[in-house]
Ligand binder design. Structure first.
Ligand code: G6P
Ligand code: MG
Length: 221
């Protein structure tokens, strides 16, 4: 029986995946690294410092910066990103998500957030949806980031449900892998080929398709 739905945030609930891209691109270009959308896909679901490491390797600049310089670079990216976040308002929730949260609440299905973002609580506040969530896992609470299952398992543990009773919703390859490894039903938001390849059980190309009756039908099959 479905007891909980555990959401990713960036790219599932709202379009912040685009803003992460814009902020990383600006930072990468500033240090002479060509950044593109294809490579950006690899950063989805990946923590801030890990993303920076990947960018430096991608640009052939791994090992050129000290730890404190890297912290400074990550701070520069985050400052730029947080600046973009100041424009965020409830209208920026992807279509269908608020309706799904309402449906879940009405049916007594628990709701959790498993985002690698340290900005997640502030974003939920700006979108005015904090109250729907019974748990928001702080990425610092878990040892390994996605694609490891830790953050989804922690969400289930905090909700006191078993992984088999959960649906996880993700837009990132690493996220789908994390959900599957946690033993949950994985819903991918994105292109069918990419999400299926990552292991998604159900794929929607648009968040409007995230309707509880559809999720339940697939989950119960
Ligand atoms: C999410 C995004 C990543 C981002 C990470 C950390 O997982 O998909 O692109 O790097 O969160 O976000 P933060 O807001 O803490 O830098
Ligand atoms: Mg995401």
């Amino acid at each position: 029986m479905l007891k909980a739905v555990i959401f990713d945030l960036d790219g599932v609930i709202t379009d912040t995946a685009e803003w992460h891209y814009a902020a990383w691109k600006e930072l990468a270009n500033r240090i002479g690294i060509d950044f593109n959308r294809e490579f950006n896909e690899e950063l989805k679901g990946i923590s801030r410092m890990e993303s920076l490491e990947k960018i430096l390797v991608f640009g052939g600049k791994a090992g050129l910066y000290s730890e404190s310089e890297k912290l400074e670079l990550a701070k520069t990216k985050n400052d730029q990103y947080v600046q973009l976040l100041t424009k965020m308002k409830p209208d920026d929730i992807f279509p269908g998500i608020k309706e799904l949260l309402e449906e879940l609440k009405a049916k007594g299905v628990l709701i959790g957030l498993a985002s690698a973002s340290k900005n997640a609580p502030a974003i939920l506040q700006s979108l005015e949806i904090t109250n729907y969530f019974q748990t928001v896992v702080n990425p610092d609470e878990v040892e390994r980031g996605k694609p490891a299952p830790d953050i989804f398992l922690k969400a289930a543990e905090k909700l006191a449900v078993s992984p088999a009773e959960c649906i996880g919703i993700e837009d990132a390859t690493a996220g789908i892998m994390a959900i599957k490894d946690a033993g949950m039903f994985a819903v991918g938001v994105g292109t069918i080929e990419k999400m299926k390849q990552a292991g998604a059980d159900l794929v929607v190309e648009d968040t409007r398709e995230l309707v509880l009756s559809v999720l339940l039908r697939e989950f119960n099959q």
